[in-house]
Write a protein that binds this ligand. Structure first.
Ligand SMILES: NC(=O)c1ccc[n+]([C@@H]2O[C@H](COP(=O)([O-])OP(=O)(O)OC[C@H]3O[C@@H](n4cnc5c(N)ncnc54)[C@H](OP(=O)(O)O)[C@@H]3O)[C@@H](O)[C@H]2O)c1
Length: 264
């Protein structure tokens, strides 16, 4: 059986590893965190092994970097030279390039992943970029592994990861912010908070489900809700006149620029 050791067991690692475990992926899990608590509880949840210090490490097929990007330097100092040199390092660190990881850990095989939080409910999007050294069978295994609990999109150029970060990685935050604004507005117009929250949650869920199951484009689906001079039309006219598209465009450029800046 193949084995995976995760350095860090926060929100994202938990979503990914529990996703793998629920789909009965054939893996032995090893979990490490500096404060132990989260590693112990994740190890319990996935019938894995808690690694309580970094002095000696199990020789694994995969090592997953799941700490914050700014914690990589500290971690790398402690684990460099103790990893199986033929392993693939899976990095979920935003804005950290495969070159940086190779240098920090002296390992050539790297899979850079940009995940998103819906992995927590088995509906995540994971963007992949493999360093050249990762073998075909390792790519196939890892793709199948992540596909068991999420949608996987593999990119040939690492620069594309900077592009998609502001979309699939940050995207859930835009949706939640829009959802928050709708809920607050509904409440301000006299609707009970609990009712408003449930109605908006279901509106987002239903719209996503419809979009996934329909062959219509976003524009066609929008038009099916919008009759000329009707209620939706009036609201969308305000979006248009307030330059909604331009505002979103500027926001996504800002996200992209930040992503490029972090990769340097
Ligand atoms: N959240 C998102 O939507 C999202 C999306 C895309 C990518 N990411 C990436 O996912 C990564 C993790 O994010 P998160 O939201 O899961 O963070 P988080 O919940 O704060 O978890 C960070 C984990 O790293 C551990 N850690 C801290 N210092 C460490 C060290 N020196 N060595 C090893 N582990 C260490 C922490 O341990 P303790 O429990 O002991 O503190 C904790 O378990 C980040 O690099 C981020 O860029 C996140």
């Amino acid at each position: 059986m193949k084995s995976l050791l995760s350095f860090g067991c926060g929100n994202m690692a938990q979503a990914i590893i529990e996703g793998m475990y629920k789909e009965k992926s054939p893996l032995d899990y090893f979990l490490y965190t500096p404060s132990n608590t989260k590693a112990v509880s994740l190890a319990r949840a996935v019938h894995g092994t808690h690694v309580d210090n970094l002095s000696t490490l199990p020789s694994c097929d995969f090592y997953m970097l799941s700490c914050k990007p700014q914690q990589l330097g500290d971690l790398a100092q402690k684990i460099k030279g103790k990893l199986n040199p033929n392993a693939v390092v899976i990095s979920i660190l935003a804005g950290t390039t495969t070159e940086t990881i190779k240098k920090e850990l002296s390992i050539d095989k790297v899979l850079r992943v940009m995940p998103n939080t819906p992995s927590l409910v088995g509906a995540g999007v994971n963007a992949f970029y493999f360093s050249d050294e990762v073998l075909r069978e390792e790519r196939d295994f890892l793709t199948k592994l992540f596909e068991s609990f999420s949608k996987v999109f593999t990119f040939d150029k690492e620069s594309e990861i900077d592009v998609i970060t502001g979309f699939s990685g940050s995207g859930p935050a835009y949706i939640f912010e829009f959802s928050r604004v709708l809920i607050e507005k509904m409440i301000s117009m006299g609707i009970d908070r609990e009712v408003a929250t449930e109605m908006i949650k279901w509106t987002f869920y239903g719209s996503s489900k419809l979009q996934l199951e329909s062959s219509d484009t976003s524009e066609e689906l929008r038009n099916k809700v919008t009759s000329k001079k009707g209620v939706t039309f009036e609201a969308l006219e305000v979006f248009k006149n307030s330059n909604f598209e331009k505002m979103v465009d500027t926001a996504l450029d800002a996200a992209y620029n930040r992503s490029v800046e972090l990769s340097k």
